[in-house]
Write a protein that binds this ligand. Structure first.
Ligand SMILES: Nc1ncnc2c1ncn2[C@@H]1O[C@H](COP(=O)(O)OP(=O)(O)O)[C@@H](O)[C@H]1O
Ligand SMILES: [Mg+2]
Length: 415
């Protein structure tokens, strides 16, 4: 089988790496891929959001199965376009991708099906939004409705800040048309967590849980990033497991009643307090970096799993896990998530342990040198019998890898 993976990051490297283990997979193309995927896949120079270019390539190369990493092509309708051409593809269709494309779409769904979430109002008009502020207490959360690369959520401590957030989105149009609508919602306290589910024929099959670390500095300080460290599994009380299943059941009911046909991954972001989960958001794709720790722990054939998901006949017992812990520390470019330089030479990879797994988030090869090519650069991933063993192994090896300005958190998995 010929497989095409769409995307450039650590998530796509991890997916391709796991697909490569499958006896059914003969060849993997990655568009565009990175310096890591090029070692065992063929990188294809087509942008992940170039749907026409990708479908043309898939037809020409007679690709048997395509896996979409990022949200952009999913929200742009790549799944519908591929299926129209008879090409098999893993991911939700354009209608279902609205769960990520529009925060209001998700809030309407959550409210309609009684799924716990923050109270909200949505607006298309600056004045009306400002008038509504008195209905909330502070802090409150202002969210641009659309896709904003993780920058569209502003937590406001007082009325002035909230008015300024609305001004930025509606009047200054800092997110362009992605800010045509705004969701204002109540601020939730608690611990953030996520649940990734394979969704096959509107049925949700939760994957094992992974803990993400969003802030750039130790102790969860500093600005948010795309995620700079993660580990799995994460323990949950029976009460929490039951509450999460109840949310999944309600989502299944809602998908059916709305006449949606969801297939692919549903990433549910939660705020959890006293084992009571409230939904923050839905994403319609694998999480990055969660995927970097889930793939090494998966104890079955990913290609078959994704195929069954698309065919609508996945069963819970198809999904198998290793007992081992897995932990990833992400080495970043100095300055990230602010401005940073690219093109630094990376050395030391050959000195790392043979059983260490290094997924590339942002690298490229030039004249035999491996260069940094993004804010997140390398996911240093280690397995262990327990969390401590995995953590020590990841950190020992991270210390052997060098590039100018390299930075990583020192406290992943210590909490
Ligand atoms: N209602 C809320 N209460 C508290 N924090 C929130 C709330 N909504 C969002 N956040 C914070 O903002 C972050 C981003 O919000 P989210 O809805 O996940 O949007 P996106 O990932 O698209 O930027 C969340 O991870 C969370 O830390
Ligand atoms: Mg989010």
């Amino acid at each position: 089988m010929k497989v095409l993976v769409i995307g450039n990051g650590g998530r796509e490297h991890a997916l391709a790496w796991k697909l490569n283990e499958s006896p059914s997979v003969d060849k993997i193309y990655v568009a565009k891929g990175n310096g890591g995927t090029s070692s065992f896949c063929e990188n294809v120079d087509i942008d992940p959001s170039d749907i026409e270019g990708l479908v043309e390539f898939a037809l020409k190369e007679e690709i048997d199965f395509t896996v979409v990493g990022p949200e952009d092509p999913l929200c742009g309708g790549i799944v519908d376009v591929f299926r129209d051409k008879g090409l098999k593809i893993f991911g939700p269709n354009k209608e279902c991708a609205q769960f990520e494309k529009s925060k209001e779409f998700t809030k309407i769904f959550l409210e309609k099906y009684n799924i716990p979430t923050a109270r909200y109002l949505s607006f298309t008009d600056y004045e009306k939004a400002v008038d509504s502020l008195d209905e909330f207490s502070y802090p409150l959360v202002v969210k641009a409705d659309g896709l904003c690369l993780g920058k569209g959520v502003i937590i406001s401590q007082n009325r002035d800040e909230a008015v300024e957030a609305l001004n930025q989105i509606f009047n200054e149009r800092v997110f362009g048309q992605e800010g045509d609508k705004v969701v204002i919602e109540e601020f939730l306290t608690g611990e953030e967590a996520s649940l990734l589910c394979l969704v096959s024929n509107n049925k949700l099959y939760p994957l094992e849980r992974a803990k993400d670390h969003k802030q750039i500095f130790d102790g969860d300080k500093g600005p948010n990033t795309g995620g700079v460290g993660t580990y799995s599994p994460v323990k949950a009380t029976d009460k929490l497991v039951k509450s999460l299943r109840e949310v999944c059941d309600k989502i299944e009911e809602g998908l059916d009643k709305e006449g949606l046909n969801y297939s692919g991954i549903l990433f549910i972001g939660f705020m959890i307090e006293d084992d009571e989960p409230k939904v923050l958001e839905f994403n319609v794709r694998f999480g990055d970096p969660e995927t970097e720790v889930l793939m090494p722990r998966l104890d079955c054939d990913l290609f078959l799993l994704l195929n069954k998901t698309v065919d609508g006949d996945l069963k819970a017992e198809d999904i198998k896990w290793k007992d081992d812990y897995c932990l990833t520390v992400i080495m970043c470019s100095g300055g990230y998530p602010g401005s940073y330089e690219k093109g630094k030479v990376i050395t030391g990879l050959d000195d790392t342990d043979k059983d260490l797994i290094i997924f590339h988030n942002g690298t490229k090869l030039r004249d035999g040198d491996l260069l940094t090519n993004g804010g997140r650069v390398l996911s240093i991933t280690a397995m262990g019998d327990d969390l401590q063993e995995a953590r020590e192994k990841a950190y020992e090896n991270a210390a052997k890898i060098h590039f100018d300005g390299a930075y990583y958190r020192k406290d992943i998995g210590t909490k």
